[in-house]
Ligand binder design. Structure first.
Ligand code: UDX
Ligand code: UDX
Length: 431
């Protein structure tokens, strides 16, 4: 980028967000050091491997290796850094509020870094966190270091593109110089920059995720009503989405939303409201609808098979969506646990997932192909809409299943075609 100042940036956290942020800032021409406390991650990254699956990320890291380094060492990360980006995880705590201990651990580690010009937080945090970090920086003699909230809106699987071509870059800063610095850092990114105060920026992230989750829960409720009234939710969603005021995105019905953000951020927003004494009624219903949606899937199988005790059920797809290896809050975990509790044997297939080495997964059997997973099964559930599932020889699958019952939890397959192959075919909101 001609004329663009190159900045020295220290990125804290080499997770999904930190790696994408680091790689993209290096791609923009900045000198980036990504610091993580996990030795295995840093070892892998230094040896040229990317510890997560994210399309385009590996190539981008290789392409920018001159400007992108990885370290465990705090001093090395901070050496000459002008901006510190906080990208550590903020998981739910026991109370449902976001656990900010990792954010605080990074902020405390910056106390001696008087040469910094700004601290920018990308991790999703409750509204008001910025003020508290500001006060901590002031108390540590870093009053001259600016503070910015710069939330990310990247979706897994498209994170690199989302960073480089965003709908908007939100910069919440308490002073103009910091807003200018963070805005300038994004020169070369193809998207409008929206500058605001820190609290509003923190709220934008939570409100955006909550509204997206609301759209999905809404269409899932309409899908249930379609089942009861004989309408077809796919037709309904298509036509509703053509109204430009409503938009067609996030109207795909299914077995519910999961992932690293929606479940945790919607609960964190609900608790943020509860902490102020205000109950977010709509959001509470959105979360409840999503919880029910997963249980309804099991009920549908019970309606079909009678009891689930002693049956074999295949889960096709385990990740919370296709195109990622991420299992965080994946609906499949709830389905597997419920099936086991009902006494079913659970078999599964997924091309990418790395399920935890704990229950329910330790009580399930993994198969190399969808065909092997359904062989001898009493029912199969399409949990994640992996494109590979469209290529399955379903005619053969129907013939090797003990009972050809298929619940298509993502409306991936054609109802008439599947029924013609002999399946008892169930889906979401379609007659
Ligand atoms: C995180 C948050 O979960 C999310 O709220 C926010 O919007 C973006 O950042 P993600 O990048 O997916 O998401 O988290 P994760 O993949 O768990 O990575 C966090 C990394 O931070 C881990 O590699 C962890 O080892 C590292 N870490 C954690 C530190 O380097 N220092 C710490 O003190 C704590
Ligand atoms: C989301 C947001 O899109 C992103 O802006 C934010 O930064 C992080 O959270 P991500 O979790 O990666 O990104 O996935 P997304 O594609 O949004 O899907 C989330 C969940 O909703 C998935 O479980 C997906 O299956 C489900 N979903 C999505 C639906 O059920 N129907 C839809 O129409 C869209």
């Amino acid at each position: 980028m001609v004329g663009m100042p190159r900045r020295r940036v220290a990125v804290f956290g080499a997770g999904y967000i930190g790696l994408v942020t680091g790689a993209c800032l290096a791609e923009l021409g900045h000198e980036v050091t990504v610091r993580d406390i996990n030795p295995e991650k840093i070892r892998l990254l230094r040896s040229g491997e990317v510890p997560i699956y994210e399309p385009g990320l590996g190539d981008m890291i290789v392409r920018n290796k001159e400007r992108l380094t990885f370290t465990l060492d705090l001093d090395e990360a901070l050496d000459g850094a002008e901006i510190a980006y906080v990208c550590v995880d903020t998981p739910p705590s026991a109370s449902g509020d976001a656990d900010l201990s990792r954010v605080w651990s990074v902020v405390r580690s910056l106390e001696g870094a008087a040469h910094l010009r700004a601290v920018a937080v990308k991790s999703t945090v409750p509204v008001g966190t910025g003020s508290r970090v500001r006060a901590a920086l002031d108390a540590a003699g870093l009053a001259h270091v600016g503070y910015a909230s710069n939330p990310e809106f990247t979706a897994e699987g498209t994170a690199v593109g989302d960073f480089m071509h965003p709908d908007r870059i939100v910069v919440g800063a308490s002073d103009e110089a910091t807003a200018g610095l963070i805005s300038e850092l994004h020169q070369g990114v193809d998207g409008p920059i929206v500058v605001m105060d820190v609290r509003s920026a923190e709220m934008v992230k939570l409100a955006s995720n909550a509204l997206l989750a609301t759209k999905i829960s809404f269409i899932n409720e309409i899908a249930t009503l379609c089942e009861k009234t004989g309408a077809d939710v796919e037709e309904v969603a298509r036509a509703v989405g053509l109204d430009h005021r409503l938009g067609s995105h996030f109207l795909r019905p299914g077995i519910g939303w999961g992932g690293s953000c929606f479940p945790k951020d919607s609960e964190a927003l609900r608790q943020l409201a509860n902490n102020t004494g205000y109950h977010l009624q709509l959001l509470s219903a959105v979360i409840e609808v999503n919880n029910l949606q997963k249980r309804r899937a099991i009920q549908k199988l019970k309606d079909e098979l009678g009891t689930l005790a002693g049956t074999r059920v295949a889960l096709l797809g385990l990740t919370f969506k296709p195109g990622t290896d991420d299992m965080r809050e994946a609906p499949s975990t709830v389905l597997a646990a419920r099936l086991l509790a009902e006494g079913a044997e659970v078999r599964c297939w997924d091309p990418m997932a790395r399920p935890a080495d704990s229950e329910p997964w330790t009580s399930t059997t993994r198969y190399e192909t969808p065909e092997l997973a359904v062989d001898g099964a009493d029912a199969a559930i399409v949990v994640t809409e992996w494109p590979q599932l469209k290529e399955v020889d379903w005619a053969r699958a129907a013939s090797v299943m003990r009972r050809p019952v298929l619940f298509d939890g993502r409306n991936l397959l054609d109802p008439a075609g599947m029924r013609a192959l002999g399946f008892t075919y169930l889906s979401v909101g379609r007659p």
